[in-house]
Design a protein around this ligand. Structure first.
Ligand SMILES: C[S@@+](CC[C@H](N)C(=O)[O-])C[C@H]1O[C@@H](n2cnc3c(N)ncnc32)[C@H](O)[C@@H]1O
Length: 457
């Protein structure tokens, strides 16, 4: 911890941090509970850690109003700060909560073993009951979704796991197992579902399915001459959900955060970043990464694959999806003019595609509301670190870094520097783009993120 203001003012320290390495390539990003569950576009833990350690003291409040999988909150927790996290996504809330809840490893291992044994026994001996549940569990639309995206055998295994998880009385443990279940469904490659890719805006369903030999029931593996009939983009190897659950359980048990000393319980709540339930001038630091513009990563589209198993209905989830920042749903009240540069970018996109232009206008308007709210809750003399990426919309760069800098300054922030972060595409779950010219300038910009240091004087 650098003593703030000893040699450099807080403002100078902020500038210096933004000029340093923000890529963190080659760093281990899986320590503690960070790898509990895949999450699209989560940032490396080293990023919030750097700002938390250098810009706050133990005991102070660190906020992430769009916390996603809770990377900032976990790092605040591990370093003895009070993490405060909000999100509107039900899966995000569950993941983040589990990641900062200390759980007895032995109890979790024992309960998990028992749970798997019982689920396996149910799959073998109570198929009719499980089948009956699959028929009656969901409304028609949700059932159609499940039938389209999950093989029958996978459904039987998942419902048997769901039933066993439901019987766990300890709330924290139940959440821990729900996240494991979700973690075998929501992965970049679509986990145990038939989806080939959940990082893509529109997941595709496998045309040819192979069953891995570790499948509990493996007698029906089809054999196809793949090379003749199908491209690699249509083939999926599906494993048993029971097997995957067992594997993920072992992995998460190994990385349980354990009992750290001097930790402060985190506050994690459902909340809209545009209207935070926090007092004025009450937090010491904000580190956050808002969604990408133009719905480039559609969280709900991926998360519903596991949320249907955790009791949600497709229609409810679609309703929620419209409230996400960056959503393409129309908001009738958005007639306001944006500041000059942002307005120009929106108009350029609108010329290419009216609906996309409207969606980008909504994004910048809502981000203006979010930045205003961040300014309100931040203490004077403190900073908000906002990590954003650009989207390519109909060939136009959304220029998110510059637009949000412009908007942030209008809100009242001083933004001394915008740091650049080069993405490690191999490691980060990002939207997939096929057939792109990697040498083009705009394409290179899509491989960068901008780290805005917003200072409230
Ligand atoms: C890029 S992700 C954050 C990832 C996070 N930094 C991490 O490391 O996991 C953006 C998050 O913003 C959330 N979000 C979208 N609209 C929101 C809103 N109106 N209020 C709060 N959170 C919102 C999404 O659900 C998503 O979890």
């Amino acid at each position: 911890m650098v003593t703030i203001g000893r040699n450099l003012s807080y403002y100078e320290t902020l500038k210096e941090l933004l000029s340093g390495d923000l890529d963190f390539h080659g760093k281990n990003t899986n320590h503690a509970s960070h790898n509990f569950h895949a999450f699209a576009a989560k940032f490396p833990p080293q990023l919030p850690a750097k700002f938390i350690r250098e810009l706050t003291n133990p005991g102070e409040k660190v906020l992430d109003p769009m916390m996603g999988s809770g990377t900032t909150i976990v790092e605040a927790y591990l370093s003895g700060r009070m993490g405060i996290g909000f999100d509107i996504d039900p899966l995000s809330l569950k993941i983040a909560k589990v990641k900062v809840t200390s759980i007895d490893t032995e109890e979790a291992a024992y309960t998990g073993q028992l749970l798997i044994q019982r689920a396996m026994a149910a799959v073998e001996n109570k198929r009719e009951e499980l089948d009956g549940e699959l028929r009656t569990r969901w409304d028609l639309k949700t059932k159609e979704f499940v039938d389209y995206w999950f093989e029958y055998e996978t459904q039987i295994e998942l419902i048997s796991l769901v039933n066993e998880i439901k019987t766990i009385e300890n709330h924290d443990l139940r959440n821990f197992f729900e996240i494991i279940l979700s973690g075998i469904v929501v992965t970049k490659s679509g986990g145990v579902s038939l989806a080939l890719d959940l990082a893509h805006t529109r997941p595709h369903r496998a045309k040819v399915v192979f069953h891995k030999v570790d499948r509990v029931r493996e007698e029906d593996s089809p054999v196809y001459d793949v090379s003749l009939q199908h491209s690699a983009h249509s083939i999926k190897y599906i494993r048993s959900a029971l097997w995957e659950f067992k594997k993920k359980l072992r992995q998460n048990l190994d990385s349980l955060p354990g009992r750290y000393f001097d930790t402060i319980p985190a506050r994690i709540d459902v909340g809209d970043a545009k209207k935070l339930p926090l007092n004025d001038s009450s937090v010491d630091l904000i580190v956050t990464s808002p969604p990408y513009p133009s719905n480039a990563i559609d969280y709900m589209r991926a998360h519903k694959f596991s949320l249907v198993w955790l009791g949600y209905a497709i229609d409810d989830l679609s309703q929620k999806r419209q409230r996400y920042i960056g959503s393409d749903a129309t908001r009738g009240d958005l007639l306001s003019l944006l500041p000059t540069h942002s307005e120009n970018v929106v108009r350029t996109v609108t010329k290419e595609d009216v609906a996309k232009g409207r969606s980008l206008r909504r994004y910048y308007t809502e981000m203006s509301e979010v930045l205003t709210e961040m300014y309100r809750v931040l203490k004077p003399g403190k900073a908000a670190i906002v990590v954003v990426g650009s989207s390519k919309i109909k060939g136009v760069d959304s220029d998110t870094g510059n637009c949000l800098k412009e908007i942030g300054e209008i809100v009242g922030f001083e933004i001394p520097k915008v740091g650049i972060r080069r993405l490690d595409r191999d490691r980060r779950m990002m939207p997939v783009q096929y057939n792109v010219d990697l040498t083009s300038q705009i394409q290179q910009r899509m491989h960068e993120e901008f780290v805005l240091g917003c200072y409230k004087s």
